[in-house]
Design a binder for this molecule. Structure first.
Ligand SMILES: C[S@@+](CC[C@H](N)C(=O)[O-])C[C@H]1O[C@@H](n2cnc3c(N)ncnc32)[C@H](O)[C@@H]1O
Length: 294
């Protein structure tokens, strides 16, 4: 729909500012909307639909969508004509669907990975996608790339061995660090991008990622760890006395070893003090103390 000149749309009418549940920041939603508007996928896949926040927008821009989640989709989403909402484990279902799509000689144009957030789970989802012959000319977006567990899984994927990858940026849209007390210092959000272009042409210089930038976790995680340890936010970055993880680990180990020793000596001392000979010789020790005081 094209608005008449001079007419400005209300922000609340824009689909990314919807009040319906969508487990992403406005920045992430807007990026996904922009990507889908440019791409107009014929075939899209979403892993992890939850209440359908991202699925509604993928469906609005795509001819056909396969959506995976452990739980059944709400009736309203099942009613979307171009959506096949599968319920079950993506690690079992995704390889089967990808093979079927490849056997039909079709390409998946767009994928959103936002399902299993365990390190091994996200690694398997991404690896299954990269291994498939239906992923040839594809934009893959991965949500929560700032999360430690998710990122750990993503760094275990052997991207170098996958020649059809043309570009990879796990910090394409930045994530965020929670400041609410119940989630203080937790790292979530962020969208990673993998461009698969088996036919070449995406970039001619052969470069597959930015080598001139820090990755976001190397800067953000130490501060987030400090926030979790101290239980508060730093007023300035200079307030954070960052202790490297390894040093902290060593200090913890030393502390537990000293505490164990102390417990052992305390038990030994209690044993002596409770013994009969200790009690019999008690008056003698009292006399010795008094003589020493004089
Ligand atoms: C963060 S939510 C998805 C949010 C949704 N993309 C959005 O933007 O609103 C993650 C979903 O992944 C699903 N999930 C977790 N493990 C899964 C698995 N192994 N296979 C399929 N879905 C899984 C969960 O049931 C949950 O609904």
């Amino acid at each position: 729909m094209i608005d008449p000149p001079g007419h400005s749309r209300r922000l609340s009418d824009l689909p990314v500012f919807t009040s319906r549940p969508w487990q992403m920041s406005y920045g992430e939603r807007t990026f996904i909307e922009g990507m889908l508007s440019m791409l107009k996928p014929r075939l899209a896949i979403e892993i992890g639909r939850a209440e359908g926040g991202s699925l509604r927008r993928i469906a609005a821009h795509s001819d056909e969508v396969f959506s995976f989640d452990l739980v059944e989709a709400p009736a309203e989403l099942l009613g979307l004509e171009n959506v096949t909402a599968l319920s079950g484990d993506s690690h079992a279902q995704l390889p089967i669907e990808l093979k079927r799509i490849a056997d039909e000689g079709r390409n998946v144009d767009f994928v959103l990975v936002d399902g299993d957030h365990s390190a091994d789970g996200v690694r398997r989802d991404v690896q299954d996608l990269l291994d498939s012959d239906s992923i040839v000319n594809t934009i893959i977006l991965i949500h929560d790339t700032l999360n430690e567990e998710v990122r750990q899984g993503l760094t275990q994927v052997d991207y170098d061995a996958c020649e059809k990858i043309a570009w990879i940026d796990l910090d394409f849209v930045p994530g965020y660090v929670a400041s609410l007390s119940e989630r203080l210092g937790e790292c979530w959000g962020g969208l990673g991008l993998i461009v698969v272009d088996a036919n070449g042409g995406f970039r001619s210089d052969g470069q597959r990622h930015r080598e001139d930038l820090f990755d976001q976790p190397s800067l953000v995680w130490p501060v987030a760890q400090w926030v979790r340890r101290e239980g508060r936010s730093p007023a300035t970055l200079a307030d954070c006395e960052l202790v490297p993880d390894q040093q902290l680990q060593q200090a913890h180990e030393q502390l537990s070893s000293v505490t164990a020793d102390l417990e052992l000596h305390r038990a030994w001392l209690n044993g002596i003090q409770g013994s009969i000979s200790w009690r019999i010789t008690s008056p003698l020790r009292a006399l010795k103390r008094r003589l020493r005081e004089r």
